[in-house]
Design a binder for this molecule. Structure first.
Ligand SMILES: Cc1ncc(C[n+]2csc(CCOP(=O)(O)OP(=O)(O)O)c2C)c(N)n1
Ligand SMILES: [Mg+2]
Length: 653
């Protein structure tokens, strides 16, 4: 079949299918893109031809910013538990390098996305084209090489003959739960438009099984033995629970054994609010309940977690002297963390095997009572944050709310199946602590990369993935300013997303962090320079409501909790194809969320002219004493007499 490389790529991608548990999906929902001279005639022509066929293999969506379009793609893949993804096409030069941040976010969150940056002429016939890098040290380096370290696989097609193997390798990585992340195929502008005679089989439908590798039975037995000897076990559920759709298996293990469950950001929603053994968020942004149980836990069972510093409160969350870890993870890389016992396998399969191996085991009554007591105490704090007492609200300026009130109103007025989306600022931490998840797909906070600007394009991706759920994007003013652009894409595609802009005139999160580290909120507020030349004058009069309106969104400004309630109800009632509905609310950046006493390791200057920094440093030194190396091996030592005659000695004898 004679097609251009661009046409062959589109045709091939349209034929890819993913399969798990006998269920199949089209691997690619479509192609997001922005055209320039690198792709307008190559892939652009191929996508046009595809759309005009009436049954597009790869429906095209025009985005506004290349970083944002990768966010949209990644959010979609997460909402579809990695069973479906998008391709993203960008032009030569800045269009392609704009995708670097999105690629890093995809790779860090282990979410599949296929990036198709355009490259300058493979033939080099016309030297130095617009936006070409011209490296003096290497003739074959282009700006696309910036995508290498943030991609799980990088390739460049400089001759059409290379394309079949490049595409197949890309699919292997994208559909492998261990390897998945951003996959980049750089397509030089001339190669995209070049024709070639392709073998028909390149375009046959191809099914990619997303496997459920089982754990090694002997390791499951070791894990069960360890848990049976535990007095205070704890499960930590990570994003892998969702990706493997292992929520029911987790519920069965927890209920069957009485072991309580704490959740990471990506794992939140593994169990839903009201589950008797749910302790909620763990770590730096954890609940007092989960952190209290974690402190004394002797065996910790991580499921699909990378054990980041937020989850372990920078290795201070687990204080039991002999705490041991069991790590259920499909990737050995993650399963070996904290010297844990690696249970390498699919989360659902492994949880099911472990439940079987633990038959008859049950935690003590006192443990269950502590879990219930700690949770009840925490939930009271949540209630008080959703509905703060008059002594808090009386201190607020007119028309200004607390962030807790905003989170509470959205939580209480949204449907259980609606999805909350967030990524950076003070809200991810508060949502982790406070949001009551009532449906396993209802919580979508990107905290692997915590990328400001993910919120609106991410919300768009979630809504494209689940049209039957309303999507609430909670976005701070700082993050909004970084990337409001995809509101226009939502307007153009008539995609309903409900965006709540939380205006607090700067970075409440980094401001509070700065203050706690002795840096006095320096450079974190959107204020004019005062007479002293410092940024501590009046607020910069930025009108984000007018900004959103100018982009075509329907915007409501609220100045009280009652008005916020009306606005959320109106947003829910707005038509499903009505485009973005924006609610603008002003909050006080200085009202703290509930205190959980947890720590996060951010280094403080060791010497300083400032008293505030010296005080913070002294505190920092104290806090670091709580850090544990978490190095104790999980497997008990083997008796030397039992050891096989291996190694040097045997060979020598
Ligand atoms: C792209 C990017 N740049 C910088 C940061 C560091 N950072 C984290 S939160 C934050 C401020 C966010 O401000 P805003 O969205 O207004 O939320 P608030 O802190 O006020 O809740 C910054 C600068 C980041 N996470 N992402
Ligand atoms: Mg802010």
């Amino acid at each position: 079949m004679r097609l251009t490389v661009g046409q062959a790529v589109v045709r091939f991608l349209g034929q890819q299918v993913t399969e798990r548990d006998g269920e199949t999906h089209r691997a690619f929902a479509g192609c997001l893109g922005i055209f320039g001279h690198g792709n307008v005639a190559g892939l652009g022509q191929a996508l046009l031809q595809d759309e005009r066929s009436g049954i597009p293999a790869l429906p095209y969506v025009l985005a506004r910013n290349e970083q944002a379009m990768v966010h949209t793609a990644v959010a979609y893949a997460r909402a579809r538990t990695r069973m479906q993804m998008w391709a993203c096409t960008a032009s030569v030069g800045p269009g392609s390098t704009n995708m670097v941040t999105g690629a890093a976010l995809a790779t860090i969150n282990r979410l599949p996305v296929l990036l198709l940056p355009s490259g300058t002429f493979a033939t080099r016939a016309t030297g130095s084209v617009l936006q070409q890098l011209e490296s003096p040290v290497a003739g074959d380096v282009t700006v696309n090489d910036a995508l290498r370290p943030v991609s799980r696989r990088f390739d460049r097609v400089s001759r059409p003959e290379q394309l079949p193997s490049v595409l197949l390798e890309a699919m292997r990585v994208l559909t492998d739960p261990v390897q998945t992340g951003a996959v980049t195929i750089a397509l030089p502008q001339d190669v995209q438009a070049e024709a070639y005679d392709w073998p028909d089989d390149l375009f046959s439908e191809r099914v990619w099984n997303i496997g459920r590798p089982p754990p090694e039975p002997s390791q499951v037995q070791l894990a069960a033995d360890l848990i049976r000897r535990a007095e205070r076990p704890l499960i930590v559920a990570g994003g892998g629970v969702h990706y493997s759709e292992a929520e029911d298996a987790l519920d069965a293990l927890s209920r069957g054994t009485g072991i309580a469950v704490a959740e990471t950001q990506a794992g939140k929603g593994s169990l839903t609010h009201g589950h008797p053994l749910l302790l909620g968020a763990i770590g730096s942004t954890g609940t007092s309940a989960a952190n209290a149980v974690a402190r004394d836990a002797d065996v910790v069972i991580g499921v699909g977690t990378r054990w980041t510093d937020f989850t372990t409160a920078s290795r201070t969350a687990f204080q039991h002297k002999r705490v041991r870890f069991i790590n259920i993870n499909v990737a050995r890389f993650d399963a070996d963390q904290h010297s844990g016992l690696p249970l390498v396998g699919d989360a659902r399969e492994t949880l099911t095997a472990l439940t079987r191996a633990l038959d008859g085991y049950r935690t003590e009554t006192a443990y269950g009572e502590q879990v219930a007591r700690e949770w009840a105490a925490w939930d009271e704090q949540v209630e008080a944050t959703y509905h703060p007492p008059a002594e808090v609200t009386d201190r607020l300026d007119d028309g200004v709310l607390t962030q807790g009130q905003v989170i509470g109103a959205v939580n209480e007025l949204s449907d259980p199946r609606d999805v909350v989306v967030c990524a950076a600022g003070s809200m991810p931490g508060e949502l982790h602590q406070l949001w009551r998840v009532r449906d396993r797909g209802g919580y979508h906070v990107e905290y692997g990369y915590s990328c400001m600007g993910y919120e609106i394009p991410g919300g768009l991706g979630v809504r494209l993935a689940c049209r039957s759920r309303d999507v609430f994007v909670l976005v701070g003013d700082g993050s909004y300013l970084m990337m409001p652009s995809e509101l226009v894409t939502a307007v153009q595609e008539r995609v309903k997303i409900i965006v709540v802009i939380v205006q607090n005139h700067g970075f409440a999160s980094i401001g509070a962090l700065s203050e706690s580290l002795g840096s006095q909120r320096f450079g974190t507020q959107y204020r004019y320079r005062s007479g002293r030349g410092r940024l501590d004058g009046d607020h910069v009069p930025v009108d984000l409501a007018a900004n959103a309106r100018s982009l075509g969104a329907h915007v409501v400004e609220v100045a009280s909790v009652e008005e916020l309630h009306v606005a959320v109800r109106d947003a829910k009632a707005a038509p499903a194809n009505g485009g973005p509905f924006v609610i603008h609310v002003v909050t006080d950046p200085l009202v703290p969320g509930p205190d959980n006493g947890a720590w996060w390791d951010v280094p403080v200057s060791e010497v300083s002219d400032l008293e505030s920094t010296r005080t913070a440093y002294a505190e920092y030194v104290e806090q670091r004493k709580q850090q544990r190396p978490l190095l104790a091996p999980t497997r008990p030592g083997v008796d030397p007499a039992q050891r096989g005659r291996t190694g040097q000695t045997e060979r020598d004898s």
